[in-house]
Design a protein around this ligand. Structure first.
Ligand SMILES: Nc1ncnc2c1ncn2[C@@H]1O[C@H](COP(=O)(O)OP(=O)(O)OP(=O)(O)O)[C@@H](O)[C@H]1O
Length: 584
């Protein structure tokens, strides 16, 4: 129960509702206890009439009175049972809601490293499946637990007072039932976990197949994919069958044990009645009703034990993530305005998970308002520089300074809100184009959105769609071409109007003409902004105030287009190659 202590704060938050629920549960149970003893009394009345102890009209009067009491108690018990679910089950839903929000907020708070270490499927599972298991503890387990406890506390002494020997025999099979249900629940849990695991493998497989459907078709590997799916389905069938087999034991076992208890009641009760050890035959009917009332709560004891164990295991998994600290922390509470001067001082950076040293002793300065292009072969560390500016990672050694202050000493929110980043792989949400652009500034008007779309040279494309700016983009924006996605992503950054622009190879999918048009627009927009452009094309770099060329994480060239073009080296060669490519 150590892990489940995490929920105590929620129990405290909803203590009043919970207390009310517990009181209502007790009342509902107490009303349900009325019926068996009045069934007994009714049979007694009939017996008294049959033995001429009372007259027919007295018997009728008594029966009517008892029936009214039984119906009244049943209605009240039903009403309170309804209220019980409305309170306790609702509390469990509130807790589920709060816990999901807590986990989601924490996920958002964690740094990129966390997302690299953990699989998305696992993150989703913990926020949905595990939270759901915990909810069963916060609601149904408490509700059935209180119900069972109330029933035991009220009913068992009552049974012993009424007929001690009969009570002892009647209750005898019930602990066996509880233990058996517990064992079966454990097996059910083990097997249903396997089914769950299988389901997540299957959904990952199908999701990947659908996402990569164009590759599957292009390579004509449908039969192979089908065969793989059939194997997976076979495995799924086996695990589900194994679960169904053990599930099938649950109710027959309960019915068998209830049957045994009923046989005891009839046999022992009958003998005792014949021997005159119990007063009325009605007590046998009363005890049969008790047995049936007790069966589910007794079975529940076993079920609850396994629910609590599962909830504990799930909460442990949730707590593991909740305890994770973000590797990038904001230590500065007060906002720190940013002007846009950037300096790298002997920066070395190694990715923790791959141990790849992406940058080695990199030093450069960029004045606020300057445009700097970063060129270099693939994997030379260009994107890593942008990630360090946005403080998605911290340098392993050396310092990244903004306006002369180490990034760690800046308010993280101030820093990130001063940056408009356009990543290499533009990500668009399943929403309208307008909302995707508005992401850069929640309060922007439609006119402002159109304005930035024009600057990003995507306005005409958008106007070409039937629903224009209201066009919904499919999952990951699949209705747009690569170049259109990049330009929508640029428009989003422009709308933010930040101090620093980080463009990561974001014109790679547009033709050179459009590239030039966008670059001219960007030049105007970013005149007073610090702009870092990562590119493979000299055309994107040649107008920059400074060009940095990287190779294997080191700066190998630095200067203006003219300077570098007059020096033998990577840049000049690239320029000549790309120029001749263009001409040819
Ligand atoms: N998130 C990451 N985790 C681990 N290693 C990474 C990560 N990102 C990049 N790397 C590695 O760091 C090195 C530099 O990568 P980076 O993305 O900075 O290069 P790049 O110059 O931007 O490449 P490209 O031109 O292909 O985009 C590469 O060897 C890459 O494999």
């Amino acid at each position: 129960m150590k892990e489940l202590k995490h929920l105590n704060k929620y129990f405290k938050k909803y203590w009043l509702k919970l207390l009310l629920g517990i009181i209502i549960t007790i009342i509902a149970r107490v009303f349900s206890l009325v019926m068996p003893s009045y069934v007994n009394k009714s049979i007694q009345a009939v017996e008294d009439f049959a033995s001429d102890v009372i007259t027919l009209s007295d018997a009728k009067g008594l029966l009517l009175q008892y029936i009214l009491i039984i119906v009244g108690a049943a209605i009240l018990s039903g009403l309170f049972t309804f209220l019980m679910r409305q309170t306790i089950i609702n509390v469990s839903r509130y807790i589920e809601y709060d816990l999901k929000n807590e986990v989601f907020d924490h996920y958002q708070f964690l740094s990129l490293n966390f997302y690299k270490k953990n699989r998305i499927g696992d993150l989703m599972n913990r926020i949905s499946e595990d939270v759901n298991q915990v909810r069963l503890y916060g609601g149904p387990a408490i509700m059935y637990g209180i119900q069972t406890l109330t029933l035991f506390v009220c009913l068992i002494p009552l049974m012993f007072i009424k007929a001690p020997t009969l009570a002892a025999y009647t209750l005898l099979p019930l602990p066996i039932l509880s233990v058996l249900i517990y064992q079966i629940s454990k097996i059910i849990h083990r097997r249903s976990t396997k089914v769950q695991e299988y389901l997540s493998t299957l959904s990952t497989f199908t999701q990947e197949s659908f996402s990569g459907i164009s590759v599957i078709k292009a390579y004509s590997i449908e039969p192979r994919v089908n065969a793989e799916l059939r194997d997976l389905a076979q495995e799924g069938k086996d695990t589900s069958m194994a679960l169904a087999k053990v599930n099938a034991w649950f109710f027959p076992l309960m019915i068998l044990l209830i049957g045994i208890s009923n046989v005891f009641v009839i046999y022992i009760g009958g003998r005792q009645y014949i021997n005159g050890e119990i007063e009325t035959i009605g007590i046998i009917a009363e005890f049969i009703l008790y047995v049936n009332m007790l069966t589910w709560p007794v079975a529940v004891v076993g079920w609850l034990t396994s629910i609590v164990q599962r909830a504990e295991a799930s909460q442990k998994r949730i707590n593991e993530f909740l305890k994770e600290e973000p590797s990038i922390q904001n230590k500065i509470e007060t906002p720190t305005p940013i002007k846009g001067n950037i300096e790298f001082k002997d920066v070395t950076f190694t990715y923790e998970d791959t141990d790849i040293t992406a940058l080695k002793d990199v030093s450069f300065t960029i004045k606020a308002g300057q445009t700097v292009a970063i060129l270099g072969k693939t994997g030379s560390g260009k994107s890593t520089i942008l990630d360090l500016v946005a403080r998605l990672y911290d340098a392993t050694s050396g310092e990244v300074l903004i306006d002369g202050v180490p990034v760690q000493k800046l308010n993280l929110n101030s820093l990130r809100s001063s940056i408009g980043a356009v990543p290499q792989d533009a990500f668009l949400f399943s929403d309208t184009i307008e909302n995707n652009i508005r992401f850069g500034n929640e309060n922007a008007t439609h006119e402002e959105i159109v304005e930035v779309a024009k600057k990003a040279v995507v306005h005409k494309n958008i106007e070409g769609f039937a629903k224009k700016y209201d066009t919904i983009l499919g999952e990951r924006g699949i209705t747009l071409s690569g170049g259109q996605k990049q330009r929508v992503s640029i428009a989003r950054a422009l709308l933010k109007d930040p101090k620093i622009y980080l463009f990561d190879d974001c014109l790679s999918a547009v033709d050179t003409e459009t590239e030039e048009e966008i670059l001219n627009n960007l030049k105007r927009v970013s005149e007073s902004k610090t702009t870092l452009i990562v590119s493979h094309r000299v055309s994107s770099a040649k107008n920059a105030d400074k060009i940095i060329v990287l190779d294997k994480g080191k700066i190998i060239q630095e200067g203006t287009h003219e300077e570098l073009n007059n020096t033998d080296g990577y840049y000049k060669k690239l320029y000549i190659d790309q120029l001749s490519g263009k001409e040819s």
